[in-house]
Design a protein around this ligand. Sequence first.
Ligand code: SF4
Length: 456
Amino acid sequence: MQCIISKGFHRIPSHRTWARRSLATLANPLPIARDPYWQNIKIWRNVKEEDFLSYRWQIANTVQGAPNLFKFLENVLPETIPHRGNVQGHERIQSREDFIVDVMEGIKLAPMSTRLTPHILSQIDWTKNPLLDPLRRQFIPMKSSILPDHPSLSLDSLHETEDSAVPGLVHRYPHKALFLATSVCPIYCRFCTRSYSVGGETDSVKKSRFLPTRKRWEKVFEYIDNTPTLHDIVISGGDAYYLEPEHIWEIGKRLLSIPHILRIRYASKGLAVCPSRVLDDTDSWIYALNKVTELGRNEGKTVAWHTHFNHPNEITWITRLAARKLFQRGVTVRNQSTLLRGVNDDVPTMKRLIYDLADNNIQPYYVYQGDMVRGVEDLRTPLKTIIELEEQIRGTIAGFLMPQFVVDLPGGGGKRLACSYESYDRKTGVSKFIAPGVKDGNRIFEYHDPLWSLSG
Ligand code: SF4
């Protein structure tokens, strides 16, 4: 085969031409259509675009706590609840009141407290499909769907507390540590791995909170300083969106100043649940992230944003503009999804999510098997689902855009490819893994499929 470059098909442009061209491309990107999707919600019918885009407006209109959700639901739900298919437990939910009572009872049993951003609330199909909507399922519990916990699951299923070197620093992998800088998030997900710590107290869980205090952080920095084998730090929580901009800068600067720290990542679901903040030029969080990214680049170190989209409906034109802005500013964004029953556990939805992320320059990095945590058995899938999804999707997208389909092993074995089990008994639903790079190679880690998925 002849090299097309040597044949002169592609002349390398001069550096000056290249710089001019790339600036022109950035200045005139493909147009993105803007629709005021929040105006589908009666109470936000008159909210103008500039208000919806403001982070202050988003915070002021975030729905937090059961009484506020009650009021919101009274406003958005139709009098008669539409049904799609025959879902067990849903037959007794016929009216708006039935739905609200079911949610309020679900909240009493849930390990996570309630907080939802206007962006997510606007993307739920309240009129035609409130019972099965994939976003509603992720964030709002309903008593009628809750299933008994599997006998082998636990609140801190990944044993993060056990693997913590100092409070709020999980050091499990040889070269990487997880810094839990806060316990607060812009939204609370029902299936949160860290329900032992994140969010307000609930009727069923007393939380071990990680407060964003300098005194606590100093102990974390001291440990990282004194552990030269560490090269990677994930700054998480909770969610880095709820750290003050000066905290983003301070933490980033401090970590990048440690010679052996070569890569840092801020973990935030913010881009998925409140993307307008990225576009809000009056907000300094994104400015702080940009400054840390620049600082890292100047020092030859990587700074990235790890975010968390689970369903394509979470992506709107605001998300696309925000992702484009981050891309143009040189911020690397990667996505970590959680596989959830009735949300993204079918091939077309998972494919659509992966493609959509890729098209917006968000690297589809991980798809996690749902963790064995309390109160979300209705959302967990058996291991075979993630294996089948991986089989079907691999080969349909470029290899570098193919996420890793993984299980974060209960007991602290770390992430392993879901298909890399030592054994998987599909009758009992028990899969066994080893994690020689993380823990003693003879130790077996078990993942248990949810009981609803076992036959007989
Ligand atoms: S945003 Fe992340 S940390 Fe916060 S509740 Fe959701 S899964 Fe948990």
